[in-house]
Every structure is written in structure tokens, then in C-alpha cells.
Design a binder for this molecule. Structure first.
Ligand SMILES: [Zn+2]
Length: 1032
């Protein structure tokens, strides 16, 4: 999947109480991780494996979906202090009849009487004592045949089923392993008028271990009938138990199903089409005659296949699928496979049957669509590639078809495995929250991620090409070889992100995607520098935590690590060979991170073997990255590493170490790849020799490594001096990297802002895109913070500073069509900055261009890369804002429309701000999928950011109806609405609001990130305002 706005991917899981405990007790973090891989209850059958007593204090953390009364919470937090968070939690439930069975008298905690308090305290003492006993029992495993159970509380705490008064036979978030699905037959009958559907799912399964239960997923489905057939015995009707909090259903048997047997479960059900962007959902658009047309599509990743059909909805339960869908004659259907037959039904509908999937696939990759779309198609080798859109937008599909065809050929060749299906569809869906989704054979996209016109700018084409490249890479990385569980999502997403840049660089070099790739790596570092970040491979045990894995760490850090690995392997083809071996070895199955490193280690034929596994696990198993500090004495260079961790109080130090493949160049040879030298820093510090005549060193050549470098004050001075004499002594990537690193070091408090400004002086001679863009981005974030703090004097000084340093570059930009992507990126960044600072020649030009555009009735085009700046300037006048709004309503070209929306949302008119926020939530004139973009744009302006924060607080419950907790859309909303606060009052307000949400959001990692960011802003202001006042 590709979240819609790569620059907006915010970070982020866990309950705040738990977090604060984790900070104080780092040991517990590891314990928590340990518990999550092994099931949390004593074994009853092979599914319920060994349970280590040391982990007992964190038992049942995964059961946190339940509401708690305040008293229950008090009880809970006292218990936590005693290290016994689980005991109450599993038994405390608000509903009158608790769905859990209880071994203790837990309701005593929920009554605020003296008696209950006494009972509660007594209970805690007993429970704590028992834990201590268990804790110190040496090496005892609580299996069925293991230690004698000293305590009844260690029985599995089965909940009550939510549909009938019976115990639900499973008590964990992950499904048991005893039954595996082999194939699904799905029959779906959607009714696009009533927005409902009925379905029948037939699941063929094999029994892996003797068991008396089948447990699978189902959410919001009303199961009307269920039958079961074991081997060749007779089919019988069975009762399906449901446990809604975990979206599971189960069938219990009095007799054991035996290992090696086969069985079939058939489920009939009905449901509503979803109102959100997940599951089997409804979408609509207005056709050229003004009529509303409806359609239905799916988005299952990560946890929503269960909303369309009952299934074993975990990536490791791969199976084949045979899908049948009924439709009216004026609709068409699509699914993963080509259509096999169409049969008229007695009710006047037509049933389309698709070929059975020729591959085993995970449920999250299943997809189907019922719509009235039109295609264009082309054969590429043995595959029919088609692009579908609503009929009105067919003219925008050519570029996608051509690009997908080229990339498909490239990947089939690169991976040395043919694309395995006979067709590949790319479909633009009117309502779609993510950027795109890699469903096997049926990739789905937002319209803006797939459709571009002939006249579109090459920058718009770059976006479309890179998203197609990302989803296509998944057809191998993710679809053929899939992560075993969501903790290793990065294997899918880090890889697809890495390939999206490298394949576009190879296949479409004219799209010049290198600058975007570099900027992406800088943003990944910024995010990972926070204490709220997480390891690339991280345990996930709740639906929100699964959602939260779709973040910058899985995508962007994952991709950055792969680039670093590829760049540091001594043998040029080792990376590619290792990847091919990995794909071939695991094709059709599931893997974890270690499998990838092992494949890459095995193909090593160099004389100096680099143990990939040893090197890379230091990067994927711990959060953050190293700060490498350089010091020189005579001919000796010493490198030391430490965790680059931004904290607001300088209190947290970690002893983490990485296996860092340090690269460096120096003044005698600094540009060509041959100049690059390597040094592996595995320990806290290391030294190498360098002639004393060397004037300066630049580490992390072209910023291919995932670390930040501090050169010490002399080292920085000599680099600054070298650059002020001649900017071309370093590659533009290295210059951008110095700018990025020095701002990061200033945030860390290692260099003064005075030193930052010294480096920036060289920018008077800088003309390349990536260093200029990085400097503008860093300066504008400081400018915005000052603006929001109402530091008027400094705001004016900062404005002058920026205009002074970039004045000549800004003045040199043209406003005509420009072919070079790099030049488009440069001028749009410069002009957006100039116009946002009200630089007169910029705003005049933009206004004139808008007037011309309006007068020509849209026939005179504004170059794509300049549309946002022109619309933003126009939207500052009330009259032009209204004009722009009416143009927005009737525009059909989505890329342009989105820039109009950004213009509209940049208004400084408070009434307009309030209107646009509400319109985007309502989803009528502005699609709700654009709300995160609207909020982030509104927050950039001074007028809007406080309104946006109020709006989010007031409408929180509606927001989480549309955007799941933890999802990237919600991550982006939280980040953009809070990241510009820098005062204690705002910190208190944000903290107060999110803690009041409890299970409706307080546990999200993005909340921790938000609080951390505000504290860091606060600290930066305290430390740097005096320098700014003196130096700016
Ligand atoms: Zn993806």
C-alpha cells in the first residue's frame, strides 16, 4: 500500500500509562516484546504454547479493548505499579454481564465503597505475592504437562461469546494454528441501491493439530447459516459463536478434529456496504450529465478482508480464491483473476465468475470492484495490462498504461521471475484513502495517483510513475513473498519504497527522481530521531498497532536501510543476487526479517565476507540511528557513535550501538564514486589514519547511509570554508546532507544556531535543487514556529534573512512551462516561499497568472508545478477565493483540483477556514479523503492552525469513524495539527485532550510523538531565541 502523502506520513502505539512505565523501566519493554510472540495463556492444545512466568506481569496486555470505570482504572494502575497490570484488565469490563469468565471477584474494584477499596487492596496484595512467587520459580514453563499450576488465575480467561450465552473458545488476538485454510469459494451479491450485500463463503481447510475448535475472523457480518463437513461425512448445521471485540468467530466441536483431516465450513451472511474506506465499501461520483453514479470497491489491507467475508485474516494464512459476483447488466466487475464466465441469473442479474487464483495468496490481497468503469488495455508479454477509470476520465489513463507496461517488463526481468498472472488491472477509484493498493492482479489507486493528462507537468507524471512502480514491486515483494506477520511490514513496504525509486531511476531517468529519494531519507531520519519512534521490526498486538505500522519507519527508514546495505556491500551484485535468492526460495510463502538477511549473507562470495545479518539486525531490531562524531588529531581520525536521540530534557541516554558502514571522501578526491572510502564502525569508537595534509573530510558520501555526522567545530569550519570558496567541491547530495545534518544537530543541542547560520552563508552561491529545498524547508519550519508564537520582530527578521539569501535565485525563476523536473522542483519551492513571505514581484506575477487563467475560462494553462503557488496567492483575496471554489467544484482533472483545494485551504479568512474544514468532513463538495490534506494546509497558516486544533477536538469521534485509530491518515492529522505548538499552555492542552480520549486514541504512538515534538519545540525556542535575536 502507498499512503497518500509521503511527506505527511507521521509516526507512532501503546497506552500512555504503559509508555511512561516503559520509560522508567526499560527492562519491561523487552519483556513486553517477549510476551507478544508467545501466547499469553497456559497451553491447552498445541496452539497455546509455552508461557514464561517472568513475563507474567505483562500478561493480557492485548486485552485492552475494554472500557474501564475510573475506579477500575485506579485499581488497574495500582496493579500496574505492582507489576500486575493483567489481572484486573482481563476481568474488568463495563457491561452488565462481563464477557469474561472470572477466577477472582474483580467487580470489587469497580465499586467506590470503603469495602470495595479494602477488597481491592487485599486482592492486589494477594495477586502481587502470587506474581512474586511465579516470577522466581526457576525455568518453569506453564504447559499442560509442565509445572503444576500454583494459581487458578493462570487458566485461559475465555470471554463470553457476544452472540449467544456460551464461552468463546479462544482468548487471543492472533488466531490458533491448528486449522489452515486451503481454498475459499466466495459468492457475493451486492445491491448498490440498498447498499447491502449477501454472501456465501465456502472454506476448505486442513487440520494441522488435533483441536476441538475452528477460529477465524469476521467483522460486521450477520451470519445467517453455517454448515460443516468433515472428510466425507455428512454435512451438518453448526452454531457459530462470535466475539466482537476481537472480530473473531468460532465453531466448537464435541469430538476432536484430527491432524491430517480435511473439512469444509460454509457460511451464509449479509452485511451493509461500508461507509468508510475499508472493507467492501461504497463509492460514488458525478457523471458528465450531473447524475450520481454509485460503485463498490474493496480495500482490505491490513485487517478488513474480514469485513467482506469470514476468513483467516492474517498474512500467513495463504489460500486460493474462487470468486463469483452478481451485478446488473449495466455494471462490470473486476477481481484479482480474469473473468471466466458470465451467467444470467433468474432474478435478472448476471453472475460473473472469475478464474480460481493460480497462486496462494494472503486475504489482504483479495479485491473486487462493481462499477461502470471503462478500460484501455495492452499486452505485455503474456499479461494483459489495463487501466480503468470512470468513463469521463478515460483520456487521463494513457500515461499510466504506458508506464505500467514498461515497469512490468523491467521487474519481470530484474527479479528473474515472471509476473505470475495473466492480467494486471490498474483502477482509479473515486473514493480511496491510501495512495494505492497492490491487490494481486487488481491494483487500486486514488484518482490523483493514477490519472494524468497529456499536458500534465512532468512532476505530476513523476508522482504517478513512482506510485505505479511501488505497487508493481509489491507483486513480487509482498504478494509472492509475504511477511509472516505485521511486525515485519517493512519487508513489504521498505522494499516497495526502495524499488519505487530505483526502478523509476532506471526505467524513466527523465523523471529525475533522485531528489525526492534524498528528501525522503532526510524525513525518515527526522522521524526516527524521536523517542516515540520504534524499531523497524516491532511487535504488534492490537488492531491499532497493526495500523500504526504503516508509517515512515516501515516505508522510508526501511527503504533507506536497503539503500545503505546495497551501497555498502563489497561485491557489486551481492544485493541483487541475495534478493533473487530470497524471492525464489520463499516464493509462495511467508518470511521474517532474518530470512532476508540470511539470503543476502549466503550469496556473499567476496574474500572479506560482510555478515549482512550481523550488520543489519543492529538497524532493524532497535529504534533510532547513530550520530557519528569525527575528531582528528595528527594523522589519526577517531569516529565515535552514540544514539541520535532528541529528548526534551537530555535525560535519556541509551547504550545502543550500530554496525555502521561509514563512507567518506576528502578534499583530494570528493566527487566521483571512486573517491569513496569505507570504514566499518561496530564499536563505540574506531580510528583510521589520514594524511595530515587532508584539509577536510565529508562522511556519509551522497547520504546513502542512515546516520547523522557531527564534525566538531573545527571540522564544520573547514567544510564551511571549502564550500564558501567553491560549492562544487562536494556533490549536491553531500551539500544537502550537510544542511540537513547541521539543523538536526542544532535541534539536538550539539551545535549553536550561530554555526547553522555560518553554513547557510554558502547558499548565496548555491543553485542546485536538493540543498536549496532542504534549506528552505528547515528555515520555513522555524519561520512558522516563530510566526505561531507571535514573535513579530523575529518573524520580520527571518523573512528578511530568507529573502536576502535566496533573492537572486527567486528572481531568476521563470513562470513558463519548464521541462526539467529538477528545475520545476526548485522553482516551485522558491516561489512558494517567496509568495508566502509576500514578496511583491512573486505575488504580482501569481495574481496576474490567475486572472489570465480565469479570463481564458481555463483554456490557458498554469504550469503544473506553479499551480499551487498561483492558487494559494489567489485564495488570499475573498473574491478570488470564491472564484476558485466554483472552479474547484466543476474541475474534473484531479491533480489540478487538488492544488486548487490546497489554495482554498490556505485562506487566512477565518470564516473560510471554518467552512472548508467542515466541508471536507462532510464529504459533499470536498471528498472526506482530502480532510488530512485540508487540515495540514490550514495549519500552515496563522489564521487556521488554532481553528484546526479546535475542529479536531470537537469532531474527534467523527474523524475516527472515517479514519481508523492508528491509520496513516489519523497520524497525519495529529502531526499537522500539533507540530507547530511550542508553549507549555499548548502542551497541557494537547496532553489533556488526548488523555481524555482513553481508548479512543490516547494509546496511539502519534500522540506520544506530538507531545514530544511540542516539548522539543519549546526547548529549541528557549535555547535559540537569544541567538536569533542577536544574529538574524
Ligand atoms: Zn506499499
Amino acid at each position: 500500500m502507498d499512503p497518500f502523502d509521503s511527506t505527511e506520513r507521521a509516526s507512532l502505539p501503546r497506552n500512555m500509562i504503559e509508555n511512561s512505565m516503559f520509560e522508567e523501566e526499560p527492562d519491561i519493554v523487552d519483556l513486553a516484546k517477549d510476551t507478544t510472540t508467545s501466547p499469553t495463556f497456559p497451553a491447552l492444545d498445541p496452539d497455546e504454547v509455552v508461557y514464561e512466568p517472568r513475563s507474567s506481569r505483562l500478561l493480557v496486555r492485548g486485552l485492552g479493548e475494554n472500557d474501564m470505570d475510573e475506579d477500575e482504572e485506579d485499581c488497574e494502575s495500582s496493579a500496574r505499579l505492582l507489576g500486575m497490570s493483567f489481572m484486573n484488565r482481563s476481568s474488568a469490563h463495563r457491561s452488565g454481564s462481563s464477557p469474561y469468565t472470572r477466577r477472582d471477584p474483580p467487580r470489587s474494584c469497580s465499586r467506590p465503597s470503603t469495602r470495595s477499596t479494602v477488597v481491592c487492596v487485599l486482592l492486589l496484595v494477594i495477586v502481587a505475592s502470587l506474581t512474586m512467587v511465579l516470577y522466581f520459580l526457576p525455568g518453569c514453563n506453564f504447559t499442560k504437562a509442565g509445572c503444576q499450576k500454583p494459581n487458578n488465575t493462570l487458566e485461559p480467561v475465555y470471554p463470553w461469546a457476544t452472540n449467544v450465552h456460551e464461552l468463546f473458545p479462544w482468548a487471543e488476538f492472533r488466531l490458533p494454528q491448528s486449522i489452515h485454510p486451503l481454498s475459499y469459494d466466495l459468492t457475493l451479491n451486492p445491491d448498490l441501491e440498498s447498499m447491502t450485500f449477501t454472501g456465501r463463503t465456502v472454506i476448505n481447510m486442513s487440520v494441522r493439530h488435533n483441536t476441538k475448535r475452528i477460529v477465524l475472523h469476521s467483522a460486521n457480518l450477520n451470519i445467517t447459516k453455517a454448515t460443516f463437513k468433515l472428510g466425507d461425512r455428512k454435512t451438518s448445521v453448526v452454531t457459530v459463536l462470535e466475539y466482537k471485540p476481537r472480530q473473531q468467530i468460532a465453531v466448537k466441536f464435541s469430538e476432536e478434529l484430527k491432524e491430517g483431516q480435511y473439512c469444509v465450513l460454509t457460511l451464509d451472511y449479509s452485511a451493509n456496504l461500508s461507509n468508510t474506506y475499508g472493507g467492501f465499501y461504497k463509492s460514488s461520483y458525478t457523471d458528465k450529465d450531473g447524475n450520481k453514479r454509485v460503485l463498490a470497491a474493496t480495500q482490505f489491507e491490513p485487517l478488513a478482508a474480514r469485513k467482506a467475508f469470514p476468513c483467516f485474516d492474517e498474512p500467513a494464512f495463504k489460500a486460493t480464491f474462487l470468486i463469483k459476483i452478481s451485478r446488473k447488466s449495466n455494471y462490470m466487475t473486476l477481481s484479482n483473476m480474469p473473468k471466466a464466465t458470465s451467467t444470467p441469473l433468474t432474478n435478472g442479474l448476471i453472475q460473473d465468475e472469475f478464474e480460481k487464483t493460480s497462486v496462494n495468496m494472503s486475504t489482504y490481497l483479495v479485491a473486487f470492484i462493481i462499477a461502470d468503469f471503462t478500460p484501455i488495455s495492452k499486452n505485455v508479454s503474456d499479461t494483459l495490462v489495463s487501466v480503468y477509470s470512470v468513463p469521463e476520465k478515460k483520456e487521463y489513463t494513457d500515461y499510466a498504461l504506458d508506464t505500467a507496461s514498461k515497469l512490468l517488463e523491467f521487474y519481470s526481468d530484474f527479479f528473474d521471475i515472471d509476473y505470475p498472472l495473466k492480467k494486471l488491472d490498474l483502477v482509479a477509484i473515486p473514493d480511496f484513502l491510501a495512495g494505492a493498493m497492490e491487490n494481486w492482479g487488481l491494483m487500486t489507486f486514488r484518482e490523483t495517483s493514477l490519472l494524468v493528462g497529456n499536458k500534465s507537468s512532468s512532476l505530476e507524471k513523476q508522482v504517478v510513475a513512482s506510485i505505479i512502480a511501488h505497487e508493481l514491486a509489491h507483486q513480487w515483494f509482498g504478494n509472492m513473498v509475504t511477511m509472516r506477520w505485521w511486525n515485519d511490514l517493512w519487508l513489504n513496504e521498505g522494499f516497495a519504497t526502495y524499488m519505487q525509486y530505483t526502478s523509476v531511476q532506471r526505467v524513466l531517468p527523465q523523471l529525475d527522481i533522485g531528489n525526492s529519494f534524498l528528501a525522503m531519507r532526510f524525513r525518515a531520519l527526522d522521524k526516527d530521531a524521536l523517542n516515540s519512534s520504534h524499531a523497524v521490526s516491532t511487535e504488534v498486538n492490537t488492531p491499532e498497532q497493526v495500523e500504526e505500522m504503516f508509517d515512515s519507519v516501515s516505508y522510508e527508514k526501511g527503504a533507506s536501510l536497503l539503500l545503505m546495505l546495497n551501497a555498502s556491500l563489497p561485491w557489486n551484485q551481492q544485493f541483487k543476487k541475495g534478493i533473487l535468492q530470497y524471492l525464489k526460495q520463499f516464493n509462495g510463502s511467508n518470511t521474517d526479517t532474518e530470512d532476508l538477511w540470511n539470503s543476502l549473507t549466503q550469496v556473499d562470495v567476496s574474500t572479506l565476507p560482510q555478515n549482512v545479518s550481523e550488520m543489519m539486525s543492529s538497524w532493524t531490531s532497535q529504534k533510532g540511528f547513530p550520530l557519528v562524531t569525527v575528531s582528528r588529531k595528527g594523522d589519526q581520525v577517531t569516529l565515535t557513535q552514540e544514539h541520535f536521540l532528541l529528548t526534551s530534557d537530555n535525560a535519556t541516554h541509551t547504550s545502543r550501538l550500530w554496525n555502521v558502514p561509514v563512507t567518506y571522501v576528502n578534499d583530494s578526491c570528493s566527487l566521483a564514486p571512486e573517491c569513496r572510502q569505507m570504514f566499518t564502525l561496530k564499536t563505540k569508537s574506531g580510528t583510521f589514519k589520514l594524511p595530515q595534509t587532508v584539509k577536510w573530510l565529508k562522511l556519509n558520501y551522497r547520504n546513502t547511509g542512515f546516520y547523522i555526522v557531527h564534525y566538531g567545530s573545527e571540522g564544520w569550519d573547514s567544510l564551511i570554508e571549502a564550500l564558501s570558496n567553491n560549492v562544487s567541491v562536494l556533490t549536491h547530495e553531500d551539500r544537502a546532507s550537510l544542511i540537513h545534518n547541521i539543523f538536526a544537530l542544532s535541534r539536538l543541542g550539539r551545535v549553536s544556531f550561530h554555526q547553522v547560520l555560518n553554513l547557510l552563508n554558502y547558499l548565496l552561491n548555491e543553485t542546485e535543487t536538493s540543498p536549496v529545498k532542504e534549506a528552505l524547508l528547515q528555515l520555513s519550519s522555524i519561520y512558522r514556529l516563530l510566526d505561531k508564537r507571535q514573535e513579530q520582530y523575529l518573524v520580520a527578521r527571518m523573512k528578511n534573512y530568507i529573502l536576502l539569501h535566496f533573492h537572486s535565485l527567486m528572481g531568476n525563476q521563470t513562470w513558463e512551462e519548464e521541462e526539467s523536473i529538477s528545475k520545476q522542483e526548485l522553482r516551485s519551492a522558491l516561489l512558494e516561499m517567496a509568495c508566502s513571505l509576500n514578496e511583491e514581484s512573486c505575488t504580482q506575477k501569481a495574481k496576474a497568472m490567475f486572472t489570465q487563467y480565469v479570463q481564458s475560462n481555463g483554456t490557458i494553462r498554469i504550469p503544473g508545478d506553479l499551480q499551487r503557488v498561483v492558487f494559494t496567492v489567489a485564495a488570499q483575496s475573498d473574491e478570488d477565493w470564491s472564484t476558485l471554489l466554483s472552479m474547484y467544484r466543476y474541475s474534473t482533472y484531479d491533480a489540478e483540483k487538488r492544488k486548487m483545494l490546497q489554495g482554498l485551504a490556505s485562506t487566512q479568512n477565518a470564516r473560510h477556514v471554518v467552512w472548508i474544514l467542515h466541508a471536507a468532513l462532510k464529504g459533499d463538495i470536498i471528498q472526506t479523503q482530502e480532510l488530512p490534506l485540508v487540515i495540514s494546509t490550514v495549519c500552515n497558516g496563522f489564521a487556521g492552525y488554532l481553528f484546526a486544533w479546535d475542529f479536531i477536538q470537537e469532531n474527534w469521534d467523527r474523524l475516527i469513524e472515517k479514519f481508523p485509530l492508528g491509520s496513516f491518515a489519523l497520524q497525519a492529522v495529529i502531526k499537522s495539527s500539533t507540530s507547530q505548538f511550542s508553549t507549555q499552555a499548548h502542551l497541557d492542552q494537547v496532553q489533556g485532550f488526548f488523555s481524555s480520549l482513553k481508548e479512543r486514541g490516547s494509546q496511539m504512538r502519534s500522540v506520544r510523538e506530538a507531545l514530544e515534538t511540542i516539548r522539543l519545540n519549546q526547548r529549541w525556542m528557549d535555547n535559540n531565541l537569544p541567538t536569533l535575536r542577536k544574529r538574524l
